[in-house]
Design a protein around this ligand. Sequence first.
Ligand code: G6P
Length: 586
Amino acid sequence: MCSIIGYSGKEMAAPIIVKGLKRMEYRGYDSVGVATESDNQIELKKGIGKVNEVNLKIQLDTLPGKVGIGHTRWATHGKVTDVNAHPHSSNSGKIAIVHNGIIENFEELKKQLENEGYSFKSETDSEIIANLLQKNYELTKNVRETIMKTVSEIKGHYAFVAMFENGQLAAARFHEPLIIGVGQDNIFLSSDVLGFVEYTDNAIYMKSRNFIILDKWKFQILDFEGKDVKYEITKISKEFGDAYKGDYAHFTLKEIYEQPDTILRAGEKTVDAITKTADYIKHAKNIYITGSGTSYNSALIAKQILSKYAKIKVETIISSELQFSPDIIEENSILIAISQSGESADVLDAVRIAKKVNCKIISIVNLLTSSLVRKSDVVIGMNCGPEIGVAATKSFTSQLVVLYKIVQKLSNNNITINFENFAKSILKILENPTKIQQIAKELKDISDIYILGRGINYPVAMEAALKLKELTYIHAEGIPGGELKHGPLALMDSNVFVIIINPNDSTYSDTLTSAREIKVRGAKIIGISDIESDVYDYWIEIPKLDEILYPISEIIPIQLLSYYAALEKNTDPDYPRNLAKSVTVK
Ligand code: G6P
């Protein structure tokens, strides 16, 4: 989604804001803007494109002053245009705002304000906040009263930062993230700690229905009723400072290559939580697992391994679907929510529905400061460090390792997994990507890819299709092998590529038969397997492993293939068009 940032301190604001926005670009990236205050005047620059591009064009970082606000946009209301980019200023030009979220009653408020003589330049719901603040400030002449009145009038989910022409900042939070960074001589207001981690490791996680007003670096936090709020300063984990590309061309590539290491760290430091989870599962009436996107594909794998290795039945639910059939969830059951960010609105909504009927919430989450963590009874950390590439890579394999550890616990440790050896075999896949790079060249001009897998390999096929779609924009579809004859076979001809996920497990021979049926229709076949076969036009070798571990070794070469095909197609692997890493709106 969008990211917002505010800065007030001893340094020039604009360069610090631009740097912070660059780091938070993963949240949304179709346009960017900065506004600063200097000598009681607000100056503003904004435009469409990514942070570096726009900065190069219009030098956002040269704006004067030591107070400022900034924004990267991921369009929801209004097209991607310069005018719709944030910040938005009020009609008087005396207040500027940046906003993340959605103002549901903006049309109604806009009409009211228009009747009172206000005019609007953009198509956004956000601009309404700027003019409403102006109106309320002219009425109350007081920032505290202005914010309280404004938040009582707007409906929806939001976090916004407002800058007044005297250099005062104020920010309010209602269900969208807002974190205060408290430095020695400076204060940051940001959607994510990545916005300020370079300058301070002291953070205050603002609560929903709270707002902050600040003058220079003195601040006060209040609730929407105007009462002072007690707050706690938390030390942010230094690992957030790792969010650099290092020697890698893209975050996505770096994150793919981190997997031999992140696999070893998954679930680490939360051993007790894994034991507790196993205990909850054993005694649960019903078990549901939910997630969105990649995290949902992990849930599908969880379902299979829990039934096969621990004889435990679970139901998987796509988070965004639960609202349409909430009765699926029976009272006093458990819901396992999987989410890298812990901020996906759909997942949080599923949790809300389950909590209503007294379910216990177990979350498998990477960002331990997220909203999901605060709503959970038990939390297992993925521990894979910041994942910046929009397409999930290392978080998927970390989720799977956490699930393996839960299954291990449930089977009284009868399943032995040597994660050290496993990590070494993963390293081998990554060591020499030349063959994968060559295959990626073949995908440059094709329009359809199908991925076939059976059993536990079918959710991997779904995840593979998701990676290919996100990174290459090629139409990709995961197919359960046995369903080939029930429709998809009609699509097979010499124009398509088919990836066959075919490890040496119980699905091997049936899947090989499917590959032959496809081959005779002229399609090109990429085999992902530990056994070579003449049916594959291209063979990507994976190590021979215990059945339960195959999904990780299968997806890693496909992540690489998707990455290199993205380069061939000249798309940006870190920031696929139209997508955002953390989808905090429904
Ligand atoms: C977005 C991302 C996906 C991700 C999904 C779930 O759609 O683009 O890559 O899988 O959200 O994210 P979560 O943070 O809840 O795992």
